[in-house]
Design a protein around this ligand. Sequence first.
Ligand code: GLN
Length: 497
Amino acid sequence: MIDLKTLTIKKAQESLQKGEYSSVELVSAYIEQIKKVNPEVNAYLEVYTDALDQAKLADERRAKGDKDSLTLPLLGIPFAIKDNILFAGHTASASSKILEQYVASYDATAISKLKEAGAVFIGRVNMDEFAMGGSTENSAYGVTKNPNDLERVSGGSSGGSAAAVAMDGALVALGSDTGGSIRQPASYCGAVGLKPTYGRVSRHGLMAMGSSLDVIGPITKTVDDAEIVFDVIACADADRYDSTTLTKIEVSEIAGSHKTLDEQVGTNSSNTTKLRIGIVPELMNLDGLSKEVRENLNASIELLKSAGYEIKEISLPHIKYSLAVYYILMPAEVSSNMARFDGVKYGSKVEGADLLQDYMNTRGELLGKEVRKRIMLGTYVLSSGYHDAFYNKANLAKDLITTDFKNAFEEVDLILTPTAPTPAFKIGAHTSDPVAMYLEDIFTVTANLVGVPAVSIPSGFAEVEGKKLPLGIQFMAPHCREDILFIVGKKFEELRG
Ligand code: GLN
């Protein structure tokens, strides 16, 4: 029996290499587990019929033993894929009715890179429709329940990805993050979720939600695993299919502009506790912050202090506008990105008497309520007369927030916040109160607006109604400094034991 609960990529690689089990056996173990728990959790929308064939190929490559295949970092390692990332020849529906029948005709760049590294894809997992939401309640295929408490949401929009990992139904899952969709569900489910720097991972083959905010990243059990996956999916140089990816030179210049780590501790020094971690008092006194989250954050701060990190209060004077800015800019981009789903170019169609009626029937019937709401909001903020009042103003505020971060990173190496203001909430709790739902994104959206990398790491549990609900803390780092997230993230895991 393979112990899926404590399995990590490194452990699996060692066992596969020693021949303790094959990739076929490993994938079979996951499929068994999915059969057992998925009917209740609803994380997987589909287990690929060729999952075992992919594993068999990986085993054959390993058996051949050529040097090339043995150095592959992910040979035979099983992944789950969020339903908005294209895997050629396989359905990708973005959990929408409009793409129920859509089969991807090419691989997303992240998928190509994982394939080259030897990964095996077991299946596609549930999400909020087109990644719009924070609970997977907006999926056209039913909510994904939280494996820690089936009455609660798994978070979103990558709720299926986080639940798949938390229910031991996948070793790693890919998610996408536009305003927190990797980190928030990771936090609700007790997993690690990494949102890389904007432009470090190609968006080619990721269905666009907010193009200036979207990024693909991993949900894993450990920070170490997140680092392994990041190293594979990050672009070594600009991706020719995504003009917003960073070039090699840009990455090194941007990363180099934050000198602190190297100056203070030397690149290879283990004395990383000299790193300075910023906390933001204006965020800690928010109304909606639950008692459990506040206490957990304070305990995490104490733990980091005890390890010798300098904890410094910093001010981000404009962060109070982040949520409002996000909920203007994101729908503006959504409204434009969703225009392609017209019943002609992609997916299904509901015929009408003429072309206009085709559009209206197709979009009215096959797109969910939240998606339609955001299209309308976005169209409104971009419309003539309101463009200046909303869209332009939001962009100005975004610049102020970005400057706040630039200034803060002169003083500190990381910024620490909770990942979400509450533990996972009950299914249906926010359905009639969209503002309460949007408030769950208060800590996560800023990293997307600014483009900086951020990670959510399990930081303990809250006891609520007799259930142990996972909590997470979030670290944000300067652009292209994922390395600092990994160093401190691993240290934090160690401190928590
Ligand atoms: N919950 C946020 C929203 O609904 C984030 C979504 C995301 O990151 N894809 O917009």
